[in-house]
Design a protein around this ligand. Structure first.
Ligand code: XUL
Length: 467
């Protein structure tokens, strides 16, 4: 049995798999706003006093972890049968810890709770998260110190981005130099929670680490020049980076005594939610691409080489199963569809029929524009997918799926999972033990919805290619 955890923006969820049988045995979740109302968040976050600031609370995350594990036990889950655990965290969020963190982790008391014991270890009470956009000055400063955004992108996989950890760390070191001096260790949401589980400060994995604007993609180590351009003494405060498949150690006695885990249960490094979803969607090997058609669209895919987007639009992260992955966001993609549909006053079925027709219409034009743009903006990755997995609300629409198949000249299949990050984390835990191959896990856990395969129409593909 393997446990996958997912600390996302709004909730903390758990999923236990039987990797031999290919079944999901237990699921549980804690909703931050509903279950932990004393943090006074809306959907798991709070706004700061300055424009663009968005925070979450690391103590809320650890309180949720205690509650989640208690819920799993209450629901009958036998945690003594878990062989390994891994997790997924919302990307970019940074946790600032003082020099009490290490000794506290080494001596966690199961008679108390995580929140009370870890509270004295924070040198900054709140964590800036991925929704924060307060750091445009810091982005400019970091990029210009390193010789421009092109150089930064080539080294770290992304131009300076406001929500990424580097700019956030710089802003904190500038605005609160004393608290920055008190900071002994900077963790990500993912590596912080992995450390709590392992009872010691563990590495930041290459997947989530690449979302910091600090990791040199070619070497897999922190980029000394970029660290220097970011904040004083940052090199002393960052845990070492390591592959996501690294086993950090055995689970802390705190969890053995409190929730009945086996003392030999292994903790594999955690990764970011997008890298974990790549695994949980069955797309961790090249040749497959995922397009998530939520309010905003995201496209991600495994990549063999650390190529970067010369336009600065796409990002490169580590693929938790080795090599790299891309992530490209297209803001408000499905919102535009919904706006057009309501302006035309038609149903989604009528929308789909218009999309399937070769006659020109505002619907055809919008879809052609959106997905041709998506194709053009993903060519830098140098990957030609033979299969595209689609997920999210708009993936239910046959006309939209057919348009994607025709424009990308690839087979499109729908994945119905809404737990791809925690499933990916559980699969990574199983994979990290060395007892299960990725192929085996994908065949068991990431099967597309039956009868959802859409193949490209060769005539239409030719028309698009001529265009
Ligand atoms: C990725 C990003 C978001 C968060 C959401 O760059 O900012 O997808 O990871 O949790």
């Amino acid at each position: 049995m393997f446990l996958g955890l997912d600390c996302s923006t709004q909730s903390f969820s758990a999923l236990i798999i039987d990797a031999s049988k290919g079944t999901i045995i237990h699921e549980a979740s804690v909703n931050f706003e509903g279950d932990l109302p004393h943090y006074q968040t809306s959907s798991g976050f709070v706004h700061g006093d300055s424009p663009g600031e968005v925070f979450s609370d690391p103590l809320m995350w650890v309180e949720a972890l205690d509650l989640l594990l208690a819920r799993l036990v209450e629901s009958g889950a036998d945690l003594s049968s878990i062989q390994a655990i891994s997790g997924s965290g919302q990307q970019h969020a940074t946790v600032y810890l003082n020099d009490r963190f290490h000794s506290t982790l080494a001596d966690l008391q199961s008679t108390s709770c995580l929140k009370d014991q870890l509270s004295p270890c924070l040198s900054r009470p709140l964590s800036p998260i991925w929704m924060d956009s307060s750091t445009s000055d810091e982005c400019e400063e970091i990029a210009s110190a390193i010789g421009g955004n092109e150089e930064l992108c080539q080294r770290t996989g992304s131009i300076a981005v406001e929500r990424f950890s580097g700019a956030q760390i710089r802003r904190f070191s500038k605005l609160s130099p004393d608290a920055w001096n008190d900071t002994a260790t900077v963790h990500l949401n993912s590596s912080f929670l992995a450390s709590v589980l392992a009872g010691k400060s563990v590495s930041i994995d290459h997947g989530d680490g690449a979302g910091m604007n600090l990791l040199n993609l070619s070497s897999g180590n922190w980029d000394a020049d970029v660290l220097q351009a970011t904040a004083p003494s940052l090199a002393d405060k960052l845990p070492s980076p390591a592959p996501a498949s690294t086993i950090a150690g055995n689970i802390s006695p705190y969890f053995v005594e409190k929730y009945g885990f086996n003392p030999e249960a292994k903790v594999a490094l955690w990764s970011g939610d997008n890298p974990c979803s790549l695994v949980g969607m069955g797309a961790a090997s090249p040749g497959k691409m995922v397009i998530s058609l939520g309010t905003s669209y995201t496209l991600f895919a495994a990549m063999e080489k650390p190529l970067t987007d010369p336009s600065g639009f796409g990002h490169v992260f580590g693929n938790p199963c080795g090599a790299f992955m891309s992530l490209i966001c297209f803001s408000e993609g499905a919102l535009a569809l919904e706006k057009l549909r309501s302006e035309l006053d038609i149903t989604w079925d009528e929308f789909s029929d218009a999309a399937l027709s070769s006659e020109s219409s505002p619907i055809r034009s919008l879809l052609d524009k959106q997905f041709s743009d998506m194709k053009t903006r993903s060519t830098w990755m140098g990957e030609t997918p033979s299969t595209i997995y689609v997920t999210g609300g708009a993936s239910q629409n046959p006309g939209i799926c057919q348009t994607i198949a025709n424009i990308f000249n690839a087979k499109v299949q729908r994945m119905s999972t809404n737990a791809s990050a925690s499933l990916g984390a559980a699969m990574r835990a199983a994979h990290a033990t060395g007892n299960f191959s990725l192929d085996d896990l994908e065949n068991k856990f990431t099967v597309p919805e039956s009868a959802s395969t859409i193949t490209p129409h060769s005539e239409t593909v030719k028309n698009y290619q001529n265009l």
